[in-house]
Design a protein around this ligand. Sequence first.
Ligand SMILES: [Zn+2]
Length: 169
Amino acid sequence: MLWRFAKPKSPLAPLFQRGEATYAAHWGAVCSAQNGDSKHHASPFEKGGLRGICLFILLLTSNQATASTPCQPLPEIQQRLEQLARGWHSTLALETGYAPPARYTVCQLKSGLPFADHKLKRIYIRGLASENDEITLAHEYLHLAFSHHPRGHDEVFIEAMARRLVGVL
Ligand SMILES: [Zn+2]
């Protein structure tokens, strides 16, 4: 999920898009990051308030955790991503936690915010028509490529790296 889209809205905004298993996973990650020893420095609001919001969201989404979004593949974008990922490899190989996914699928996003499904190794995006879409594609790919490391849940790191890879830092 993209913070740059989510930020101007309320932290609850994604909840009202669609209740997906991935949201439970994502919010679980956001929540556990608050409690971990990551570099993220939580504001007083985040330290107290976010934890409560997280519990609330996890309660609401956990009963939908068995559902997964069907995948309508986007082979052209998938091919483009594979090509891009080969170019990114030398940069990413220097980064702790990088483990490129052997297989993954790029799927058509029908509604809500773009996201990556760690379990099914899927990326859901709307399309690839602008530089912003390319950053989104890189962002969601990075969630998969760092999924076995805490950095994979660090939205600040993921977004900064996505912008660096696309060349807009
Ligand atoms: Zn994200």
